[in-house]
Every structure is written in C-alpha cells, then in structure tokens.
Design a protein around this ligand. Structure first.
Ligand code: IPM
Ligand code: MG
Length: 373
C-alpha cells in the first residue's frame, strides 16, 4: 500500500498541463502515493457557484498533502457574468479558492525559493539563492473589506481616529476599506518559520521586509516580533530590517546579498514575483504553503488560459513544487534527486521550453528531467 495520500488539484488552464508533467517526474523518482483528484477552480464556479466545493475540502482533510496546479481569478463583477444562467442573480460571490484553502487549513507560511540554476538563459544573475517567506493567512488578505463603507463603521472610525477628518467630504459610496490585520500569532509563526528554515539550511541571515516608518502599527508589530524572536530564539542568525520599497530596488541591485526574506502577505506576494523574475520568471517559481499539520505545493504562476492544454508552458515550477512536497513528507533523498535532475537539464540546455527560447514542450521537459532522476 502506498504510504501517502496526496490530493491532486490541477485547477484551471495550464494547471493540468504542468500537473501531468509533475506526475511523470514523481513516478520516475519512485514516489508511491494514493493520488486523489479533486475539483477546484473556474469550471466549478461557473457550474456550481463555488470554486472550492465542500467535497474538495473534505478530500484535503483526508490527505497528507496537496499538489495544486493553477487558478484563474477574475474580479467580482466579471466573475458573476460567467456564472451559469440558472445561478445568476442568486448572490453567489466569487472568491479565490487558493486564498480560501490557505486560510481554512491555516497554511500560514508561503515559502518561495528563488534559486538561479546555472545555465538558465533567463537568469538575471547566476548567484541568486533567496527564499521568500510570505505570511499566508492575514494582512491585506484577511478578506475584511467594505464598500460602501457602512455608516456605523464610519461613525466609529471618525470617533476613534483623527485622520478620518481628511475624508469627511467623501461619501461612503465613494470609499472602500480593506483591513490589514496583523496579529501577534500570525507574526510569530511566520517569523519563527523563516528563522528555523535559515537555521536548518545553514543560512546566516534573515531579512524582515516591512514598512514600519509608515505602517507604524501593522508593520511595526512584524518588526517588533522579529526582534523578539531573533533575540530570544535565534541570536546566532543575523536579523536585518529593510523597507519593502527599498527591497524591490535592492533585490535588483544586489540580489546576492539576500538569503531568507520574511514579510506580511501582500508584500510577500509582490516581492516573490520580483524575486522569481530574477531567476527565470514564473516558470521556475515554486511554492510551499505550510501549516503545522498540512502542506500544499504549487507553482507561483497563474493558469495562462491561452496556453491551456497546449503543453507549451514550462513545468519546472510545478516539478520543483513536487520536490518541495517530497521534502515536506521527509523524502529528502527523492527531493534532492529531482532538484539535481532539474539543474542538469537546465545546465545541459538541450531541452528548453518557449520561455527559455526553445521549442520543447511541457512533457519534453518533464521527460528529460524524469530520465535524470
Ligand atoms: C500567488 C497568487 C495568488 C495570491 C492569487 C492567485 C490569489 O498571486 O499565489 O502569489 O495573490 O496569493
Ligand atoms: Mg502572486
């Protein structure tokens, strides 16, 4: 009997293409699992008014980890137009299923390694090896948003905060509010995770990337917690503090100076795309969504609908995501073999997908990697 139960959620668009590729590599490396396919994404939004059906949540609960492909997301109004006619006007509101899973399963750490594989023509530089730790459950993704702003809330805010004075001429209809909720629990667990990773992987520095000079309370809390955890638990690892805007610049200027970056949710979303581009773009960017009892592994890229089913996109991100899953499950040796095989194929340069200037397909790339594991 297979040791692991793995949920497989290919999702939308090229999610299926890259999932097929990852399976070729997982089979080749000898990973045995009971794979259970689940429904998620646009198709189920349109048909059922729910992109994350209850049966899928149940499936996740019954498995050890999840491999996740890609998701199509559209703004609220556009999404509503695509609902099946019989579901229109019934109050269904689209939400991002991946964000929902992260919150529901408390996958609070989104780890996004950005390593330049030597020989990748898309590398911005060859000496980059940074890992972004993005808080994954709160911050600006808390989902507490208002439009129009309810009168009660407005009155309360005006009573509590003098800065509201600046908006007094604006109608509540012309105002929208999204709450950036940062909690001590959220800050502690993501920062601890980043330090732990630094320690275990032999890295010497963690950089907390926030904006405490302006976001005094929320970013302020992140930085305070980082200092505390550093001092109490990881004094042997350097803690560096940087502002997020400056980090966007420094990562382009001196990417080799950074090892582990840790930040709140939206900052991590943005900075991880930037970091991904330094090492070849989203085709190479994988991520691990980690909680204390579950892990979900996905490429950072979207569903690229125009390439769906064409087996054209680069599957490396998804293959590296499955490698992160193996690491999470404790299958370190298999994980290492996949990473080495990816490195070899890239270095050799014979098999290259279109993003790398070649014409190999998604599956060519997968097979080349599979041959070397
Ligand atoms: C990511 C993506 C998601 C996010 C989208 C698809 C909701 O951009 O994983 O980085 O914003 O977290
Ligand atoms: Mg993103």
């Amino acid at each position: 009997m297979a040791r692991y139960k793995i949920a497989v959620l290919p999702g939308d668009g090229v999610g299926k293409d890259v999932m097929d590729a990852a399976m070729i590599v997982l089979d080749a490396v000898g990973f045995k699992a009971d794979y259970r396919h689940g429904d998620v994404g646009w198709e189920f939004w349109k048909k059922e008014g729910n992109p994350l059906p209850e049966r899928t949540i149940k499936l996740l609960r019954e498995t050890d980890a999840c491999l996740f492909g890609a998701i199509t997301s559209k703004p609220k109004d556009e999404a509503a137009k695509e609902l099946a006619p019989e579901l229109q006007g019934k109050g269904y509101v689209y939400y991002s299923p991946i964000v929902a899973i992260r919150q529901l399963f408390q996958l609070y750490a989104n780890m996004r390694p950005c390593r330049a594989f030597p020989g990748n023509p898309l590398n911005y530089r060859d000496d980059i090896d940074v890992v972004v730790f993005r808080e994954n459950t709160e911050g600006l993704y808390s989902g507490v948003e208002f439009h129009p702003v309810p009168g009660e809330l407005r009155t309360l805010l005006e009573k509590l905060h003098p800065k509201m004075e600046a908006f007094k001429e604006i109608s509540s209809e012309d105002m929208a509010i999204s709450l950036r909720i940062i909690t001590r629990r959220g800050a502690e667990r993501i920062i601890r995770k980043a330090f732990k990773y630094a320690e275990e992987s032999g890295r010497k520095k963690v950089t907390v990337v926030e904006k405490p000079n302006v976001l005094r309370e929320t970013s302020g809390l992140m930085v305070r917690v980082a200092r505390e955890i550093h001092e109490k638990e990881f004094p042997h690892i350097e803690l560096e503090e940087a502002n997020v805007d400056a980090m966007a610049m420094w990562l382009v200027k001196n990417p080799e100076r950074y090892e582990v970056l840790v930040m709140s949710n939206l900052f991590g979303d943005i900075i991880s795309d930037l970091a991904a581009q330094l090492v070849g773009g989203l085709g190479f960017a994988s991520s691990a969504n980690l909680g204390d009892t579950y892990g979900l592994f996905e490429p950072t890229h979207g569903s690229a609908p125009k390439y769906a089913g064409k087996y054209k996109v680069n599957p490396t991100a998804m293959i590296l995501a499955s490698k992160l899953m193996l690491e999470y499950l404790g299958e370190k040796e298999m994980a290492q073999r996949i990473e080495n095989a990816v490195a070899e194929v890239i270095k050799e340069g014979k098999v290259r997908t279109y993003d790398m200037g070649g014409d190999s397909s998604t599956l060519d790339m997968a097979r080349a990697i599979a041959e070397r594991v």
